[in-house]
Write a protein of this length. Sequence first.
Length: 516
Amino acid sequence: MSREGPLFTTDVVRAELRTRSVRSSAVTVFSRGAQMLLLLGSAMILARVLSPSDFGVQAMVLPIAFLVKNLGNLGLQSAVIHRESLNSDDANGLFRYALRANLVVAGAMALLAPLMARFYNEPRVIGIALLWAATIYGTTFSAVQEALLKRQMRFGVVMKAQLTAVLVSVFVALAAAFAGWGYWSLMLQVTVMELTRVAIIWIVCPWRPSRTVAGNTGEAVSAVRRYWVGLSTSRVVSWIGDQLDRIIVGSIGGATVAGLYDGAKRWAGMAFQELYMSLSDVAVGSLSRVREERDRYRVYVRNVFLPILSLAVPVMAFMFVEARQVLHVLLGDQWLDADGFVRMMCIATFAATAGKLMQWVYMSLEQTDRQLRWTLVTTPVNVLAVLVGAQQGAYGVAVAVAVANVVLAVPALWYGLRFSPVALGECLTIFLRPTTAAVTAAFAVWGLSARLPDLRPDILALAVRFALFGLVYLTTWIALPGGVAAWRNLVSGFSELRSRRVRESANSGALAESTT
């Protein structure tokens, strides 16, 4: 057997399916949690060493970097994983095609660097944009190998590589920041993380691209091109609505305001985003298996929606009412001016959960065409809101984003559920319990804040407020009608998601087998 043989045959995967599933799931959970703690810890330190302006320079480039990254290697990996048949010649053809395609995409970003600097009136953007472009292109050299490992359910290898890369990048960024490298510290963190992962994946993956080009790779390259174009269209449309606010804020407020706004947006949405990304594959897999059984589908929607909402909504509500204290404790006093942005982003993120969760419904019911059509509705609304809000400055943009998301929340649920087994009223009931409990707890903390003791250190005072918030939230959550039954459903939902995580990995491996 050739050295790369195990990556293209499924006999070993079939024989060790359960073992690999359990091992991959455990490693993934541990690695993701460890990565989050490392990144959170480093962000808290860097926020005190660097200035919001340093973060703002990075934030000015992030919208274009996100677009280029999504159009490039992430699309390529999806194409490789879902390829119906794959051999070494196909992989070699895809590798070479990716090098050419991503050179164009990354090259376009590099050419845009001077224009971005002129648009923002910020010359520091040029160097950051050029290094981002080079970094993104550098990741192309391991994109196929990483996809092959995922295709064989070797998620443990990939996640270990990612965790190692994050650990190295955190040390490099902190060292650079304390050495006075300023905004370059943040870009070094990105570059070191991405290229360290590239190097590790290249070493651990046995497949290597050959020097010669086989003559039977046309079908694979054509399939990737079709997949890439379709995926890119949806992502470009989504990108306009999701990132325009960052671009406008950077253009009208400068690097400091851009840093404050971007930091507020990321911290306000972190709880929901982390849970959403962690549970996405499991939730879609669970719903997909019961889509032909209306009653079970409705139960599963409740069991996957209720846990994530019950955890993420209270965090956003607490951040809304304690924005300044949270910023003071986590990031330092130089970030206190972001408190208004944090509050507006908490509202915006909460309202946006409706559209985000509907993506699970679209994918499980194979209605991605309707998902694209809804994106074509929301994008103009978001663009108009941002442009109108910009007339009142950066804070006006934040308010406009929050208002637009609130306006679109219920329509997003209505449209997403229109051809599903779940009624709109039933879904709104799922949202109602954690929302009511979170709002009640927020009012309780706000009303009692003047009577709470002035504790030191400040982190202790914040912990006491959070404990009070949590007590009121949990009590209200259970005290609402049907609370005990809902609690049992919540526990069963967590249990289902845990067991589904293992089974989903197994079924992903089975899918890889069936498509080989």
